[in-house]
Design a binder for this molecule. Structure first.
Ligand SMILES: *[C@@H]1O[C@H](CO)[C@@H](O)[C@H](O)[C@H]1NC(C)=O
Ligand SMILES: *[C@@H]1O[C@H](CO)[C@@H](O)[C@H](O)[C@H]1NC(C)=O
Ligand SMILES: *[C@@H]1O[C@H](CO)[C@@H](O)[C@H](O)[C@H]1NC(C)=O
Length: 292
């Protein structure tokens, strides 16, 4: 905020201030947190951004924190969309969106459902974009009595779909159950046909850049390639993004985006899941340059 003294001394910034134009030239950055975390975990990221781009407005949306992040994905999307719209409306030059882990899927849903959104760069920071299938501490915490082989039984029905991780649980051995019962990822990825897919694709494609970040030592996102839209086939062999059906059919615009040259992939080893947002090397090499 400018002090009155500074405003009096500089009539041009005053004018810019009154018209709401961003005077430092950096677009605001909206951050959406992941499972079991909240704004607190992004204080380091906040510092990194303001160190290299002083004065950047960074908004970590404070909703569905900690245990509330287990609420159904569509419910969270609805909640986040209000804040998302509000921040965007105050940013005539657009915004950037940086979304961590589960938040990366919330953000994709936000982008798909917001006609006329003004997001330039969408950074997906270690998000299970093609789904999740692994025995992790997170799974144990949510369903202590289940393992990856059995959790489809609880996830792939109406009750299970009320728990966020079930909304992107993608069991490669129970594909038909997934296609039938999943009410979130299967729609977002167009794995299951639905009437809004064309509109969602158009909205999503308004972004100028998609940045996918992840790596082999993540330890939570399983397979880790899901952070780059790769996933298991029924033999648990990795099928990379370009060979995924949703890519080939361009169901939500990923192929178009890539053909446009607007998908940037960043892979780092040696980074554990909860370190992605606080690792300066990752920030400098994968994030900084897109936040202008
Ligand atoms: C979430 O957890 C953090 C750290 O444990 C805590 O500081 C914060 O207040 C919690 N947020 C909410 C909304 O409960
Ligand atoms: C899975 O592996 C078996 C045996 O190696 C092979 O015959 C089959 O074609 C594989 N399936 C897929 C989907 O790759
Ligand atoms: C930070 O990232 C670098 C480069 O990818 C990696 O080698 C290092 O182990 C990471 N450090 C932490 C604490 O995650």
């Amino acid at each position: 905020m400018k002090t009155p003294q500074m405003i009096r001394d500089s009539p041009v910034p005053l004018l810019l201030l009154l018209t709401g134009v961003c005077i430092n030239g950096y677009k605001p950055v909206i951050i959406v947190h992941g499972l079991f975390d909240g704004p607190k975990e992004f204080q380091t990221m906040f510092r990194y951004i303001n160190k290299v781009h002083p004065g950047t407005e960074v908004k970590v949306i404070d909703l569905y924190d900690n245990l509330s992040s287990l609420k159904p994905m569509w419910m969270q999307v609805q909640g986040f969309s209000k804040d998302f719209d509000d921040i965007m409306q105050k940013a005539p030059d657009g915004v950037h969106l940086l979304c961590f882990s589960q938040g990366g899927l919330i953000c994709r849903a936000l982008l798909s459902m917001a006609p006329g959104h003004k997001v330039h760069t969408f950074i997906s920071l270690s998000s299970p974009q093609a789904g999740q299938y692994g025995n992790t501490d997170y799974l144990k915490r949510v369903f202590p009595d289940f393992v990856k082989k059995t959790v489809f039984r609880i996830c792939y029905n109406r009750v299970g779909q009320k728990v966020s991780i079930c909304d992107y649980w993608n069991d490669p051995h129970h594909r038909s159950r997934y296609l039938q019962s999943n009410s979130f990822l299967a729609l977002l990825n167009g794995d299951r046909r639905h009437g809004k897919i064309k509109a969602w694709r158009e909205n999503f494609l308004r972004i100028k850049k998609l940045v996918l970040i992840g790596g082999p030592d993540d330890g939570v996102i399983t397979p880790w390639q899901s952070s780059h839209f790769g996933f298991y086939d029924s033999n648990e062999t990795i099928v990379e993004m370009r060979n995924q059906e949703f890519y080939r059919k361009d169901t939500f615009g990923l192929k178009t985006l890539n053909a446009r040259g607007d998908v940037s992939m960043c892979i780092h080893s040696g980074v554990k899941h909860i370190q992605w947002h606080s690792n300066y090397t990752v920030f400098r090499s994968c994030i900084e340059k897109w936040l202008t």
